[in-house]
Write a protein of this length. Structure first.
Length: 414
């Protein structure tokens, strides 16, 4: 057994994946598996020495021939097979991932990975010449996962990261984001991100502004770390405006849902009135997003709304609002209430107004919006008949074509 699975077992964590290493070549493994009726699949990995097999149609395993990197460009490596276990350990990204577990339960640790979280071999060359520069981020992710709070980073390791950080610009945005979104919500994320962005100045290579404050990031992470938080919810605290989010998206290639959530939070945080009840505000916002006649207007003209996406099921309004609640450090009972909120149905629709004599078109939408406001002001309790009785309060203004609310004047007592 090799790498992360050994690391996890030593930490009393059940491994999510089990990787095996062998001094047999791919050809030898294939011959052995074929003779024993073991199913193999995904033969694309054979060029890198990996054979994938499925045991009893229940579990998949990857077995990789021991190898060394002979040509590296900071992204991918050309490998040669070897029978030297230490050379294979030396090519791995981190000492904690360079461990082997023998069949008799013996842990083989060539580089002190049990006591050291650094890179195996020479620090300076290890990042530059290893398989890819993405291992800079992997170092920080595993440091946060394994180290004790407040543990220092080795000076040589940080120096090597700073010297090679420009190599991150060669890594695709999708791979950067895949690693970053695990890192930013992982253990010790506040400490790790501070070293990454302040001490090592990796921000410009990740699409994150170079001049940022991590104060809100740490507050949001610490408050929500036990109840789960989407990565973009947390990272939105690092962006001062939508332009920052757009630059991050351009670098990391966010999904539509991720970008939409980030845009929602950044736009929403500027609209909350001071001293407002957060639950009431978010409750009204959720009901408006779900039930308002013209949701594109009701949600501050945010262009990512659910009805603007081809696959609208993926962008869930309830998710937008509950993640925003977490961003604003809402108590758990508020988040739970929003998650389970039964959203009432707006009792009036266009056909009701047609039967009431209102012509279909822009004016009908104005009337629906007005009635929705009344319904909202009653705590969503007004009935259809009560609302339809007030439909005639809205009349078109003949002078400018804009709708206006017509209210009856009170008669003065004489």
């Amino acid at each position: 057994m090799a790498g992360g699975a050994v690391r996890d077992l030593l930490m009393n964590i059940k491994p999510s994946d089990i990787d095996l290493a062998t001094d047999a070549t791919p050809a030898q493994m294939k011959d052995m598996f074929e003779r024993n009726g073991v199913r193999m699949f995904n033969k694309n990995g054979e060029g890198h020495g990996t054979v994938s097999c499925r045991i009893d149609d229940k579990e998949n395993f990857e077995i990789t021939t021991l190898r060394v990197d002979v040509v590296c460009d900071g992204r991918r490596a050309r490998v040669e097979f070897t029978t030297d276990w230490q050379k294979d350990a030396n090519r791995r990204d981190l000492t904690v991932n360079s461990l082997f577990l023998d069949f008799d339960g013996t842990v083989i640790d060539y580089f002190g990975g049990i006591n050291d979280w650094g890179f195996p071999g020479d620090f300076q060359s290890k990042i530059a010449l290893e398989e890819d520069y993405l291992r800079i981020l992997r170092y920080f992710r595993f440091f946060g996962r394994i180290a004790n709070p407040g543990a220092p980073h080795e000076k040589e390791c940080i120096e090597a990261i700073v010297a090679n950080r420009a190599g991150l610009s060669e890594i695709s945005g999708e791979r950067i984001w895949m690693e970053l979104k695990k890192l930013c919500v992982g253990r010790l994320a506040g400490e790790v991100m501070t070293v990454m962005l302040k001490e090592c100045a990796l921000g410009p290579y990740l699409g994150i502004p170079s001049s940022i404050s991590l104060e809100d990031f740490k507050k949001i992470f610490n408050y929500n770390c036990s109840r789960g938080l989407l990565p973009i919810t947390l990272l939105s605290s690092l962006f001062k405006d939508l332009k920052d989010l757009e630059r991050f998206h351009k670098r990391c290639k966010l999904s539509k849902v991720e970008y939409g959530l980030g845009e929602f939070i950044i736009s929403f945080r500027e609209t909350v009135p001071q001293g407002t009840c957060l639950f009431s505000y978010l409750r009204n916002l959720l009901i408006s997003l779900e039930r308002a006649p013209d949701r594109g207007i009701w949600a501050h003209n945010l262009r990512f709304l659910i009805d603007l996406f081809p696959d609208s099921r993926k962008l869930d309004n309830r998710m937008l609002v509950t993640e925003t609640a977490k961003y604003f450090l809402a108590p758990s009972d508020v988040v739970e209430s929003l998650s389970s909120l039964i959203i009432p149905d707006f009792p009036v629709c266009g056909s009701d107004l047609l039967r009431a004599g209102i012509t279909e078109g822009p004016f009908m939408r104005v009337v629906l919006k007005h009635l929705f406001e009344i319904w909202k002001s009653t705590g969503y309790t007004a009935t259809k008949s009560e609302l339809l009785c007030r439909a005639n309060e809205v009349n078109p203004d003949s002078s400018d074509g804009q709708p206006r609310i017509v209210r009856k004047r009170k008669r003065l007592n004489t």
